[in-house]
Design a protein around this ligand. Structure first.
Ligand SMILES: N[C@@H](CCC(=O)N[C@@H](CS)C(=O)NCC(=O)O)C(=O)O
Length: 201
């Protein structure tokens, strides 16, 4: 399998962490691309021109990290990372949605900061920040509801917190979320997280 890859994309990281946790380490070749600059190969495979985009061995293309992770879990012969039935499934998917929501807002903030300063909107940035803070507060108060093992939900939240540290290290979230911070310290020690640290190339 091939994965259109950017070393700073947290959604790509999510897929790569998921692959390692699913026992698929070494089964995916990362194909380095910059989705913000037209890449003919990526455009031909994904009209959205976004990473992650996965090309299966038979040439079938999948995109959007939740879809790619579903596929990877179908190849996972160990404990499923996306519970297949029951309330565990809905809780894991809901947690994934919260983690992806943090990422969507954080990416919007990052892109806003790249615009010429005169065009940046502080109010708009603040609105995204408030959304992230609301989700962090929610996570902090609801962690006793998390699955004991590892699921797509925890992987996504872990990658989201990693992205906040990577891009917004001046705004430490740990002060207000000590329980989440403690969880993340342990989670970040997993091999899958260490192997996929974001780097600016
Ligand atoms: N919902 C998508 C988000 C993917 C995404 O937004 N990726 C960014 C990089 S972090 C991208 O490729 N952006 C390029 C663009 O929007 O043109 C997922 O979960 O995979």
């Amino acid at each position: 399998m091939k994965l259109y890859y950017s070393a700073t994309s947290p959604y790509v990281r999510k897929v790569n962490v998921f692959a390692v946790e699913a026992g698929l380490d070494g089964k995916i070749d990362n194909l380095v691309t910059n989705p913000w600059i037209e890449d003919a190969g990526l455009l031909a495979d994904n009209p959205l021109s976004k990473v992650p985009t996965l090309v299966m061995d038979d040439g079938t293309v999948l995109f959007d990290s939740p879809v790619i992770c579903e596929y990877l879990d179908s190849l996972n012969f160990g404990k499923k990372l996306i519970p297949e039935t029951g309330m565990d499934r809905w809780k894991a998917l809901r947690l994934q949605a919260l983690g992806d929501g943090i990422l969507d807002a954080a990416i919007l903030r990052f892109l806003e900061r790249k615009r010429p300063e005169a065009q940046q909107s502080k109010a708009w940035d603040y609105n995204q920040l408030k959304g992230i803070q609301r989700v962090l507060d929610h996570l902090e108060s609801n962690m006793d509801d998390w699955d004991d093992g590892i699921t797509i939900g925890q992987i996504t939240v872990g990658c989201a917190l990693g992205y906040l540290d990577f891009r917004f290290s001046d705004e430490d979230w740990r002060d207000k979320q000590p329980v989440l911070a403690k969880w993340y310290t342990t989670f970040a020690e997993r091999n899958s997280m260490k192997m996929t640290q974001p780097v600016i190339i």
